[in-house]
Ligand binder design. Structure first.
Ligand code: SAH
Length: 242
């Protein structure tokens, strides 16, 4: 059996011979973009019932159905890793969302800091980009996507058992490998905006027992580069690349 041409996230229960609805966008994509027809094979996942080989049932211009025929893989969860990132410009943001999803984050958490210049991100945009990346990279889950909140708010409600890795461009942080190697358990990575963190933010973060300051070396990285570099280190040293 060859691999189906399309892999879709379905927001609906998947079970043997169960029928699930397609969204308008998915119907359009299968019919007009992929030129597929009823009976063609597709791959399906919904974030809890594993991955299924399915087939297209009906396919209209705006609606359609798929039928789950055989489970390919049982459900697996991504490691428990959050990414907190200060909002940045649209195209760089889309890049971070796509790559962070591929790199296996479980939660995408935009934050607003004092030097953040971008203050708006459409929630659907975040979720849509995460779904698209998850479909493409064969994940079995979609990362949780959260509304943007202020850094202060994020810290106020912080779950204490979760380690917070603060990417500190001011040079005071510890070497990332030696810290992450010895840090199993729930984690979060915090990346500042293009303007960097405000002094008072770094001071407030330093007071938090769960925060560890990390350095990514002597060069100043763009926020998107810093996010991906840190996620990569975590996956290699503490995550599911081991
Ligand atoms: N404008 C700032 C740089 C901000 S870079 C300045 O010139 O000082 C954007 C974010 O990327 C930073 O807030 C930090 O979280 C991360 N970052 C960039 N380079 C880094 C480095 N060498 N080590 C750790 N974090 C870094």
């Amino acid at each position: 059996l060859s691999k189906p041409k399309a892999r879709l996230y379905i927001d609906f229960a998947l079970s043997l011979d169960g029928v699930a609805p397609l969204s308008q966008g998915q119907a359009h994509y299968l019919r007009n973009v992929m030129r597929m027809s009823p009976g063609d094979s597709v791959t399906l996942f919904n974030g809890h019932d594993g991955e299924w080989r399915g087939e297209i049932g009906d396919l209209g211009k705006r609606a359609g159905t798929v039928i789950a025929r055989r489970q390919n893989r049982p459900q697996q969860h991504e490691p428990d890793l959050w990414l907190l990132f200060a909002l940045i410009k649209k195209d760089r943001m889309s890049f971070v969302i796509e790559k962070a999803t591929e790199l296996g984050v479980s939660s995408l958490r935009p934050v607003i800091t004092q030097h953040t210049v971008v203050h708006r991100l459409k929630d659907e945009r975040l979720r849509f980009a995460a779904i698209e990346a998850a479909e493409q990279c064969e994940r079995l889950s979609i990362p949780e996507t959260c509304e943007a909140i202020s850094l202060d708010q994020a810290l106020e409600n912080w779950p204490e058992e979760r380690q917070l890795f603060v990417l500190d461009e001011t040079g005071g942080g510890e070497a990332i490998a030696s810290v992450m190697e010895n840090a199993p358990g729930p984690a979060a990575i915090l990346v500042g905006p293009e303007g960097g963190f405000h002094k008072s933010e770094l001071e407030a973060l330093r007071q938090r027992p769960y925060a560890t300051f990390l350095s990514l070396g002597p060069r100043i990285l763009r926020a998107d580069t810093a996010a991906l570099a840190a996620l990569t280190c975590w996956q290699a040293l503490a995550g599911d690349w081991k």
